[in-house]
Design a protein around this ligand. Structure first.
Ligand SMILES: Cc1cc2nc3c(=O)[nH]c(=O)nc-3n(C[C@H](O)[C@H](O)[C@H](O)COP(=O)(O)OP(=O)(O)OC[C@H]3O[C@@H](n4cnc5c(N)ncnc54)[C@H](O)[C@@H]3O)c2cc1C
Length: 470
């Protein structure tokens, strides 16, 4: 749908100076898609700098049924901010930290704040905002809320949903709902904010949020352990949970192939062990006390794990630099996979107790289907969330491999469902998983979701075609 010059003029009047991008070259960054798998087009990129301006833009679009795709940092992995014409509404100019109430342990921010900037602002007040993910240097808090982002701190602090006390939303008709509560307790009817969190921009534009803050860690220890047997990962996890409780803030799994790909393809990455092992776990313990002997606790827990045969080796980071090197192995796996060739990705979760069984059964299924395929599972095993990625067989044509994506989805997702798991643990549905949602979600859930969508956005202007096929 082409927008008339008159309509563009109105958008400019609503969004202010520099608030509308119509030049094709300037629009290009907003049309890029993280995985390069989908094409995006739009008639205008609108960048309002206030809630009021956002409301005026949305009301204008509503009056002419112009579709709106909200965009934060555009780091989503499921095509959620891919547009098919209409307006891309970028929150990037709404990027102020409005207030930090250190005593209330809350921070109020605009939706376009970059996650890393929020972390830094919290730290400057001796507080922690614990949401942490690989894209934190560019993703924005509005995008994090809208995808209910997970990341590496979920084990201790929960998903984004658990970290939010209040939000402000511009509704699809242009009205502003201010639910900016900073309350730990509030049982006044339905908890409306939870509808918008994880809605992927299909119900409105989140413009502000009140975030929960936590005590800043004063001590930290980072370790990578090597294991011979997948079953031992859960035994180790159980041992650390029992011995270290909530001090265990991250428990991430890496398979041998993941480490191998990173060391081969990512400049500066190196294997911290003298020899290769089938499995690795990256663990982090933190404490708000400077005097908490985390290293001692972990050494004694890992010593017992070594005696019990659960681990075969462990490397402690002796500096921040070494900790970053260990994290690099974990964080760079997707990039290394891309350099190795085609990769088919699954973002699944199963009950934590079933993670080992899932990996073994899924790997047998995919190897039977395509001999030579290389399963590269990694990720947040302490949350039951495995990025079950498949790397193409050596020498196979990349496009031919990617052409089998739907078949592998069916194999892997059927197994996930049979184990009472989720086909989308943390990245959402967007465009990529619409048909999978349709295939696996019970009709009653789809019906309720569609009804909620049609009540809040009856004209379907907010991110149409996402989550549900129209
Ligand atoms: C290297 C890398 C590592 C990653 N690691 C993780 C990880 O560990 N855990 C994880 O969960 N994700 C991860 N992701 C995915 C991604 O970073 C998250 O989904 C993130 O929350 C998206 O934020 P964004 O600002 O980039 O949102 P965008 O990509 O811009 O948008 C995502 C969705 O939210 C909607 N949206 C954006 N802003 C708003 C708003 N203000 N109001 C309403 N709707 C809005 C969009 O329409 C879209 O549907 C990773 C991505 C990369 C590239």
């Amino acid at each position: 749908m082409a927008l008339s010059d008159q309509f563009i003029e109105k958008l400019i009047a609503a969004a202010g100076d520099g608030g509308v991008v119509t030049d094709a070259a300037d629009q290009a960054p907003y049309l890029a898609e993280e995985r390069g798998l989908m094409e995006s087009t739009c008639d205008a990129v609108v960048r309002p700098s206030t809630t009021q301006a956002t409301a005026e833009v949305v009301a204008l679009c509503a009056s002419e049924h112009v579709p709106i795709v909200a965009m934060g940092g555009n780091t989503g992995l499921v095509g959620g901010s891919v547009a098919a014409g209409g307006v891309i509404l970028s929150t990037e100019r709404m990027n102020k930290v409005i207030e930090i109430d250190a005593l209330n342990h809350t921070m109020t921010v605009e939706a376009g704040c970059i996650l890393a900037d929020i972390q830094d602002a919290a730290e400057a007040e001796n507080c922690l905002f614990p949401l942490s993910l690989g894209a934190e240097g560019s993703c924005m808090i509005g995008g994090n809320l809208s995808t209910n982002a997970g990341g590496v701190g979920v084990l201790r602090y929960g998903n984004t949903r658990d970290l939010i006390l209040g939000i402000e939303v511009v509704l699809p008709d242009g009205r502003i709902w201010s639910g900016l509560n900073a309350l730990r307790k509030d049982n006044t009817g339905y908890d409306l904010k939870q509808l918008f969190i994880g809605a992927e921009g299909t119900l409105g534009i989140i413009t502000k949020a009140v975030l929960k803050l936590f005590p800043l860690p004063r001590s930290k220890v980072t370790v990578m352990a090597a294991l011979d047997d997948l079953d031992n990962i859960l035994a180790l996890f159980d041992r650390l949970r029992a011995g270290c409780g909530d001090r265990l803030t991250a428990f991430e799994m890496v398979a041998e192939i993941g480490l191998d790909l990173v060391v081969r393809h990512i400049p500066g990455a190196r294997d911290p062990f003298a020899q290769r092992h089938p499995w690795y776990v990256l663990m982090e313990l933190t404490s708000p006390s400077e005097n908490d002997d985390l290293r001692g606790q972990l050494e004694s827990a890992l010593g017992r794990a070594l005696e019990a045969g659960e681990i075969v080796d462990a490397v402690f980071a002796e500096s921040e630099g070494q900790a970053a090197e260990l994290w690099k192995i974990r964080e760079e796996i997707p990039a290394a996979q891309t350099r190795e060739g085609g990769s088919i990705k699954h973002d699944i979760s199963v009950p934590v107790s079933k993670t080992g069984e899932f990996i073994i059964r899924a790997t047998k299924l995919v190897e039977d289907e395509m001999p030579g395929i290389r399963a590269c599972p990694f990720g947040h095993i302490g949350d039951g969330n495995i990025h079950y990625n498949l790397t193409q067989p050596v020498g196979m044509d990349k496009q031919a491999f990617l052409g089998r994506w739907v078949d592998f989805n069916r194999l892997v997702h059927d197994l996930v469902k049979s184990m009472n798991g989720s086909i989308s643990a943390e990245h959402g549905i967007g465009l990529v998983k619409r048909s999978e949602l349709e295939h696996y979600a019970p009709e009653i859930e789809l019906d309720l979701m569609r009804r909620i969508k049609s009540v809040i956005d009856p004209d379907n202007i907010m991110n149409p075609g996402k989550i549900f096929e129209n």
